[in-house]
Design a protein around this ligand. Structure first.
Ligand SMILES: Cc1cc2nc3c(=O)[nH]c(=O)nc-3n(C[C@H](O)[C@H](O)[C@H](O)COP(=O)(O)OP(=O)(O)OC[C@H]3O[C@@H](n4cnc5c(N)ncnc54)[C@H](O)[C@@H]3O)c2cc1C
Length: 441
């Protein structure tokens, strides 16, 4: 491989962000290889994911809108309750009014299955499973990536989409002699019990699709999203042992104990968590890391998604923020690929720096918002309790923050420059970028 051969991107990790990048690079005509550690890119993990307006714009551009709409349920309504089920705040999320589209919820498995199955066969053939990254070597022309099974792959650059425990990040930090703080950049203060259940298995006429029920209380809080066919929950509480930077692996016994601890807590005005847990399809317990790396890249190695920026799920933006990472990179990589220029280490380094600069403002705001929200909904301190229980319901600060702070920032986020948005919807805040604009005769 010489420096003038076409760009080839090696993506580590075929999770939601790696697969979204695969869709983008396929459309951009940029060659890639995905190396995924697991035996499949479509594992069942039990979790749901909220999809926001910016991700729907991408799906529209990629021609995936009908598929994504078919597997998701818009959730425009939110209700906040006490532990005993008393509702003290009900409102409509700001997203539809501001950006034309409500947040929609889908099953993570349906998301990755759709992202994978809609790739052309030629792109599917570029995804290799049972390939666990073990090393990256920089060469004068590019990179050589080695997997635990001894196989190796050459490319122009590497993108680590390998999640919160990113091996790409570890290798990058070791090669660049990064400070110790960058090796374990995330701290965990909260844990989350999550899972899904068949919607019709639940008693209670209030369980109609389209609602997010949230219990906010001292030391524990829940989110309960009701879709057409199934519902998803996540229960948040502080780590029993206090904050840590270490990895925690949970057992089935831990899951049972957590569920037992919160079984009397209401997750809707009529249902307790105990009612829901009896009907659960699959549940998991995870630590909820928070934090962001200082440097998202070094030379020919870059990071996207949870590998570089990790938030708790309260604001439903982990995946959506990662999608914005790969949109920005997609725009830059397409230009580089088509430039016909020699792809030097310096050029790749500059591209990654441009990517980091573009993503800085919104990612930092998202991190701050998620950090504030989880502490508010678990009433961490009297002021947070006061804000959540008494001030917010009267003044509507949630909606105000959404529409006046996050909304204008969200509207500034990029779309793919080379594709038309066929079903673009505007809300009260106009989008700054429109993608390819086709003028109709
Ligand atoms: C309970 C829960 C609920 C959530 N809800 C939402 C939500 O509503 N909205 C939202 O936007 N986000 C949500 N998130 C966050 C969202 O799931 C993540 O932000 C998103 O999955 C990150 O995708 P990723 O591809 O970066 O990382 P991951 O999903 O972690 O995928 C990483 C991939 O890399 C692979 N990999 C790891 N190491 C290696 C290696 N050494 N070699 C090769 N491959 C490797 C892994 O097997 C995996 O397939 C939620 C998260 C949780 C836990």
């Amino acid at each position: 491989m010489t420096a003038t051969t076409p760009l080839k991107v090696i993506i580590i990790g075929g999770g939601p962000i790696g697969l979204t990048l695969a869709q983008i690079l396929t459309s951009a005509g940029v060659d890639f290889t995905i190396l995924e550690r697991r035996s499949t890119v479509t594992p069942e993990e039990g979790a749901g994911i909220a999809i926001g307006p910016t991700s729907f714009r991408l799906y529209d551009q990629l021609g995936l809108l009908p598929q994504m709409e078919a597997i998701s349920t818009p959730i425009p309504h939110k209700h906040v309750l006490q532990r005993d089920g008393k509702v003290y705040n009900s409102y409509e999320f700001h997203l539809r009014a501001c950006h034309g589209r409500a947040m929609a919820f889908l099953h993570r498995l349906d998301l990755v299955t759709t992202l994978f199955s809609t790739l052309p066969d030629s792109a599917k053939a570029k995804i290799h499973v049972n390939k666990s990254l073990s090393d990256i070597t920089l060469t004068p022309e590019g990179v050589t990536v080695t997997c635990a099974d001894g196989t190796s792959y050459n490319g122009t650059l590497v993108i680590g989409a390998d999640g919160v425990h990113s091996k790409t990040r570890k290798i990058m930090n070791s090669l660049s002699n990064a400070p110790e703080s960058e090796t374990l950049p995330f701290e965990t203060t909260f844990q989350g019990l999550f899972g899904n259940f068949p919607r019709l298995s639940l008693p209670g006429s209030e369980i109609e699709p389209g609602h997010d029920w949230e219990c906010h209380s001292g030391g524990v809080s829940s989110q309960f999203f009701v879709g057409r066919d199934r519902g998803w929950f996540i229960i948040y509480r502080p780590l029993p042992g206090g904050p840590t930077r270490e990895r925690i692996d949970y057992t089935d016994e831990d899951i049972k104990q957590f569920a037992e601890d919160v079984k009397d807590m209401h997750v809707t005005n009529k249902l307790t968590f105990g009612d829901v847990f009896k009907n659960v399809n699959k549940a998991g317990l995870t630590q909820l890391q928070e934090g962001a790396v200082k440097n998202r890249s070094w030379k020919r190695i870059g990071l996207v998604g949870d590998a570089c920026d990790k938030i708790t799920p309260n604001v439903g933006l982990g995946y959506n923020n990662g999608v914005l990472d790969v949109i920005v990179l997609g725009n830059l990589l397409k230009k580089l690929n088509e430039s016909g220029e020699e792809i030097t280490e310096e050029k790749v380094g500059k591209l990654f720096k441009e990517y980091q600069a573009e993503r800085k403002e919104f990612s930092e705001k998202v991190d701050d918002a998620a950090r504030g929200v989880i502490r508010t909904v678990t009433h961490t301190g009297f002021m947070k309790y006061l804000l959540d229980r008494w001030i917010n319901p009267v003044l509507g600060l949630d909606k105000l923050y959404g529409s006046k702070v996050m909304g204008p920032l969200m509207a500034k986020q990029q779309v793919l420059e080379w594709l038309e948005e066929k079903n673009g919807i505007d809300g009260s805040i106009p989008w700054a970028h429109k993608g390819l604009v086709v003028t109709k005769a």
